[in-house]
Design a protein around this ligand. Structure first.
Ligand code: UD1
Ligand code: CA
Length: 482
């Protein structure tokens, strides 16, 4: 596959999706359509990939510019014009190998099929090969007109005479069930020569790439079809309904592979995993689990219902969920994460979060630490074995090891203008309902009385109590209730 270039057409608007977002930027299982196609081409082993961008290029370019080369189609004049723009780009200048054309809106194409297209062209020494599929309902697709179509003896040859678009088809042509998938392989010289002779005399007034077949056939060149044995891989996403359909196909493929690898899914139709998800053996996924981006899950872990992981690593032997969302988070081995939302957080081995914890960026639970129920933690280290079990806010804080923070305690880290830090030493006991008014340092082995408002630093080994004294009025009720 040296000397093979792939052009990915991704400049169209996708009006049928009725979206502000260009079609190829819509996501299937957390990855934009165009990236599925670019990645398939790269995996097939082509020597270069050029994506053609145009409509809302500002939204498409950032998706592809690190993955492949790009060319711009300044206005949408049709698929042939888009290919011409790619060939005229710097990336393709002087290229004279084989050119594979892929549609950026057909995300299910496989590297194997891309290689088959290249091999079929080589084997037949053809100027062009088009991937075709036979559909019960071909409506909307270009139809493959074989040489000899409509001949009196009914004999059709293996070569392709032309491709006719739905809008241009006669009733007889519309009856053809063999359809154009939108994937082709050409030799570069034939493609350049054909493109220069394609016009816009058709129902849509566009330069159709499909016309290249008839032009090359007219030159006496060999133009053939390669019939796909799995039409689902050619599914084009032109509508939201087709997007859902394509997602379903890919979801089943990914889940089948994961189950083959030793993952249990209680209800695979209710599990959505992106392509970069890695799951070890003996992991169990309950319903409504969504894993997208760079996700890795270690052995013997259980993901309970309604769990969403994005760019998150979970170690071995964990229980995560139900009702949990983790983004850019690292969970060590043997952790329990229950009804928790976490962004850019770290849980070391044996840490626990929830039920109902909110771990914001920079929350770091060291080994065996706990963020319990209705606890919010931001930009803070909770030391080894330290516990914040109930109803607390801890922000911009460093808690030592073996600290216990009583229920309802809060770090007052914001004075209305700036954020300040709180530091608590090892083995300190913070009584319930303590306000730690930052900046403040509380030493090691300290006891803070419940209900304290701590505004001054507390030295090691001290007892700190900062609240008004309790007063007792003897027999007050007897008087008062008369
Ligand atoms: C196209 C084919 C049709 C085939 C179908 C398969 C043509 C004329 N028709 O139709 O025979 O059955 O694909 O899915 O080629 N694009 C550009 N620039 C443009 C126009 C389109 O980059 O000026 C891109 C689109 O973003 C899309 C791809 O080309 O990724 C195909 O265009 P689309 O409008 O979806 O073509 P179809 O009507 O599906
Ligand atoms: Ca299409």
């Amino acid at each position: 596959m040296s000397d093979v270039a792939a052009i990915v057409l991704a400049a169209g608007a996708g009006t049928r999706l009725k979206s502000k977002k260009p079609k190829v930027a819509h996501e299937m299982l957390g990855k934009p359509l165009v990236n599925w196609v670019v990645d398939a081409a790269k995996e097939a082993g082509v020597s270069k990939v050029v994506a053609v961008v145009g409509h809302e290029a500002g939204q498409v370019l950032p998706l592809v510019q690190d993955a492949c080369e790009t060319a711009e189609q300044p206005e949408r004049l049709g698929t042939a014009h888009a290919v011409q723009c790619a060939l005229a780009s710097e990336a393709m200048s002087g290229f004279d190998g084989a050119v594979v054309i892929l549609s950026g809106d057909c995300p299910l194409i496989t590297p194997g099929t891309i290689r088959s297209l290249v091999e079929a062209r080589d084997a037949a020494d053809a100027a062009a090969v088009v991937l075709t599929m036979r559909l019960d309902d071909p409506f909307g697709y270009g139809r493959i007109v074989r040489e000899g179509f409509g001949a009196a003896d009914g004999a059709e040859a293996s070569s392709v005479a032309r491709i006719v678009e739905q809008k241009d088809a006669t009733p007889e042509e519309a009856g053809i069930c063999e359809c154009n998938s939108g994937f082709y392989c050409f030799d570069a010289a034939s493609l350049r020569s054909a493109l220069s002779r394609i016009g816009t005399d058709n129902a849509q007034g566009e330069y159709y790439l499909t016309d290249a077949m008839a032009v090359l056939r007219g030159d006496g060149k060999t133009t053939i079809a390669l019939e796909s044995d799995d039409p689902s891989e050619c599914l084009g996403v032109n509508s939201r309904k087709q997007l859902a359909e394509a997602t379903r196909v890919k979801q089943a493929q990914i889940n089948d592979a994961l189950m083959d690898g030793g993952v249990t899914m209680v209800a695979p139709e209710l599990v959505w995993c992106g392509p970069d998800v890695r799951i070890a053996r003996d992991v169990t996924l309950y319903p409504n689990v969504t894993l997208v981006g760079d996700v890795e899950v270690g052995e013997d872990t259980t993901l309970l219902p309604s769990t969403m992981l994005k760019d998150t690593h979970v170690g071995t032997g964990c229980t995560v969920g139900p009702n949990t969302r983790l983004y850019d988070t690292r969970v060590g081995d043997g952790c329990t994460v229950d009804e928790t939302v976490a962004h850019e957080a770290v849980l070391e081995d044996g840490a626990t979060a929830g039920p109902r914890a909110y771990l914001r960026p920079g929350a770091h639970l060291c080994e065996g630490a706990k963020a319990g129920t209705h606890v919010e933690i931001k930009k803070s280290v909770i030391g080894k074995g330290s516990k914040v079990p109930h109803l607390s806010y801890i922000g911009d804080t460093r808690l030592g090891e073996g600290v216990n923070v009583g229920a309802g305690s809060i770090t007052c880290n914001y004075d209305g203008r700036n954020k300040h830090r709180t530091v608590v030493g090892d083995n300190t006991f913070i009584g319930s309902d303590t306000m730690m008014v930052a900046p403040v340092e509380i030493g090691s082995n300290v006891v803070v009385g419940a209900g304290s408002v701590i505004t001054k630093d507390v030295p090691d080994n001290a007892l700190a109590v900062a609240r008004s004294r309790e007063k007792i009025y003897d027999e007050w009720s007897l008087e008062h209730k008369k």
